[in-house]
Design a protein around this ligand. Structure first.
Ligand code: ADP
Ligand code: ASP
Ligand code: MG
Length: 440
């Protein structure tokens, strides 16, 4: 059995929902994971932010606007009167709940409940639509089986057991629809897998029952060799290894949630990226096979903080780096890039929640410099470090200031740290230097 995930654009209009129906209705039993309709999660986040800022009236207006949008969509989607009425009643309950939230005081748990509504709405509507169209489908509530532990990692044994229970309890059905993104946390409160998390839901479910394949259906024909939002002339890559895809996702290729391939790589479950608007396009197949060599793709991750730790006296002393790493360990902050010289070590983090506390500790043992608003540009491909054409990337040094380079940490990845304001220029120039000349 396969798991197919459809993103926000794929369920963002009645026309696209009808495309999704055609794609999934091939007679085969499958699990279908849906995101919220595009724009909904952003709007729900904005509602939560208004509540946090004490702007209850702005929140109420946003709730009402979104409700109106859903009523219009339901009228377009469901011409069956009974289904139309039933779905509108459900949707009204959701918006009544959101309306109530606007007068509550802000808590993280309240925000999590608010942002969870997007996936609950889209799956309820789409399930009704399939019923109207005579397609046999059932809803599997994600909150009945999807859970994260104290470290915010999927609780895989719980998920396996409960997914099987929910699945087996459901009468024979061709399509099993569930919500992406949402889950329970270790305390049983509603939580989520972070923005873009529906991809992760799909691979967690795929791993839970060792699916034949996980498909991520989106609005583009697969992983491109550079960020199509910023660079002209990008093209899709047909095949990626799990390692390559994991690096690209982790280092900012928005098409995949950073953790997407983690659950499936051990069991070698292939992940296929496909375009809902162009189902015949090949897309990208992510598997344990490596193909081609040289730099295949470039991605960039923003919001990076660089920390330089200088200590002429101590750097060469045994145990200095250990002390530094222990500080990051204490604050559960992972380090992405690291370079050293005789007198200093520079490293980067993307989670600056505990930055002040980390700096206070580091200042006890060294002199610290901090640069915010940095971006990591990551170049990925099989054995890139050894490839004859890789030197061409260093032409970038004539165009932008590079703060750090990580070369040789793995055979498949070279990372550059730059000021975020140089990102678009860097991506475009690297594209020109590398892909105009190197056959991908
Ligand atoms: P969905 O809502 O289906 O999950 P996303 O917006 O999360 O879709 O991801 C698809 C988008 O990712 C594309 O529309 C594209 O703009 C962006 N993107 C960024 N980098 C890449 C890349 N390297 N290859 C393909 N798409 C990318
Ligand atoms: N709806 C969520 C988001 O917008 C999850 C997802 O789309 O994958 O982040
Ligand atoms: Mg996404």
């Amino acid at each position: 059995m396969k798991v197919l995930k459809f993103g926000g654009t794929s369920v963002g209009s009645v026309e696209n929902m009808s495309n999704v129906k055609k794609i999934i209705n091939d007679g085969a039993k499958k699990v279908v994971v849906l995101s919220a309709m595009s724009g909904t999660t952003n709007q729900l986040v904005a509602i939560a932010q208004d509540i946090k800022a004490g702007k209850a009236q702005d929140a109420v207006e946003k709730v009402n606007q979104l409700h109106e949008k859903y009523k219009v969509t339901i009228d377009e989607l469901l011409n069956d009167t009974a289904l139309n009425t039933a779905v509108k009643a459900y949707v009204s309950e959701v918006f009544a709940f959101l309306g109530d939230c606007t007068s509550k005081s802000f808590l993280e748990t309240l925000e999590n409940q608010i942002v969870a509504q997007g996936e609950l709405l889209s799956t309820y509507m789409f399930n009704a639509y399939l019923n109207q169209e005579g397609v046999s489908s059932a809803l599997l509530p994600a909150l009945d089986f999807m859970r994260i532990d104290e470290n915010k990692e999927p609780d895989i044994n719980y998920i396996k057991e409960n997914f099987k229970r929910v699945f087996d309890n459901t009468p024979d059905s061709q399509i099993y629809i569930t919500q992406g993104f949402i889950c329970l946390d270790a305390e049983g409160e509603i939580s989520n897998l972070q923005r873009g998390g529906s991809d992760y839901t799909a691979t967690i479910i795929g791993a839970a029952f060792i699916a034949e394949e996980v498909q991520i259906w989106t609005d583009i024909d697969g992983m491109h060799n550079n960020d199509p939002r910023h660079v002209e002339g990008t093209h899709p890559i047909s095949n990626l290894s799990f390692d390559e895809a994991a690096e690209l996702a982790y280092f900012g290729a928005k098409i995949l949630h950073p953790q997407t391939v983690t659950p499936v790589r051990v069991d070698n479950i292939p992940v296929r990226l496909k375009n809902t608007m162009e189902p015949s396009a090949h897309g990208t197949l992510i598997s344990n096979l490596t193909s081609g060599d040289g730099i295949k793709a470039i991605a960039a991750k923003d919001g990076i903080t660089a920390i330089k730790i200088k200590s002429a006296r101590m750097l060469q002393a045994h145990g200095f780096l250990k002390k530094v790493f222990e500080i990051f360990e204490t604050y559960k902050t992972s380090i992405d890039m690291i370079t050293t010289s005789e007198v200093a070590v520079s490293l980067t983090i993307d989670d600056d929640k505990n930055l002040e506390a980390i700096l206070a500790e580091l200042e006890k043992i060294a002199i610290i410099e901090v640069d915010k608003n940095q971006s990591i540009v990551c170049l990925v491909g099989h054995e890139v470090v050894n490839h004859d054409d890789t030197f061409k990337l260093f032409q970038i040094l004539q165009d932008v200031k590079i703060r750090m380079i990580s070369y040789g940490g793995s055979q498949n990845n070279i990372s550059l740290l730059i000021d975020s304001e140089d990102k678009i220029n860097t991506l475009q120039k690297l594209n020109d230097y590398l892909f105009e000349l190197v056959t991908p």
